[in-house]
Design a protein around this ligand. Sequence first.
Ligand SMILES: Clc1ccc(CN2CCN(c3c(Br)cnc4[nH]c(-c5ccc(CN6CCOCC6)cc5)nc34)CC2)cc1
Length: 272
Amino acid sequence: SATAKPKKTWALSNFDIGRQLGRGKFGNVYLAREKESQFVVALKVLFKRQIGETKVEHQVRREIEIQSHLRHPHILRLYAYFHDEARIYLVLEYAPQGTLFSALQAQPMKRFDDRQSATYIKALCSALLYLHERDIIHRDIKPENLLLGHKGVLKIADFGWSVHEPNSMRLTLCGTVDYLPPEMVLNKPHTKNVDLWSLGVLCFELLVGHAPFFSKTYEETYQKILKVDYKTPEHVSKAAAHLISKLLVLNPMHRMPLDQIMLHPWIVAHTQ
Ligand SMILES: Clc1ccc(CN2CCN(c3c(Br)cnc4[nH]c(-c5ccc(CN6CCOCC6)cc5)nc34)CC2)cc1
């Protein structure tokens, strides 16, 4: 706009702090309310000392730079950020219905039906199309990093570093390796097609209740990923199994592109 709004500088004193929403290696997230507007947000508080020591500082800057410019219904907003001598504060959109990971656990059969799964996959597809158009890749899409907003609308909410959240952490200590594509397991340069693989892993997990390559040890999971060794249970519909088989493909160039996923019969049949 011609008269761009002057950048307001925020401070902790602008907010009432509520309950803790989650704990992390580098900080914590709290429910908070901006005093003047009464607007409810999620306030992520990162400790400079922990970040400085681990050289994650450049990553935090990059994430803030990227996240603050994104505007999409399925990407969690970063409204503002500020810092004091010890901490960096990120003012984020609050997602009232928590993580997709806990929603999956709360399901009676620990899995979603075709309609709910296809709705989440379609939302994720449109967010990834938006990100890929801006050459932003590897949003680390796994249930722990996906939040549910008002009316259960899916929001990508990752800041790319691991968290120690007892209630939403999987059994492995430093985040799950279940979502890594073969090219990343082999430490090859990765392209935006890594997100297509992760989408396939997520689609499987939503419909089945566990990840396709889940194993007792990292080693075993890596081996299964590199051999694309997974079995789709009988209860999964043929159409869904077909889509998964077009995403869990070893060669990144041969994975189904996002615009084709949006038009896949399983997505079309089970979403508005
Ligand atoms: Cl530094 C760091 C610390 C912790 C984390 C992990 N989470 C990242 C996402 N966080 C949330 C963000 Br950002 C934005 N909105 C949120 N909304 C929630 C939330 C909302 C509601 C609940 C409660 N459940 C809702 C579903 O029914 C059962 C109860 C649990 C979590 N968490 C977040 C919470 C913390 C990541 C990084």
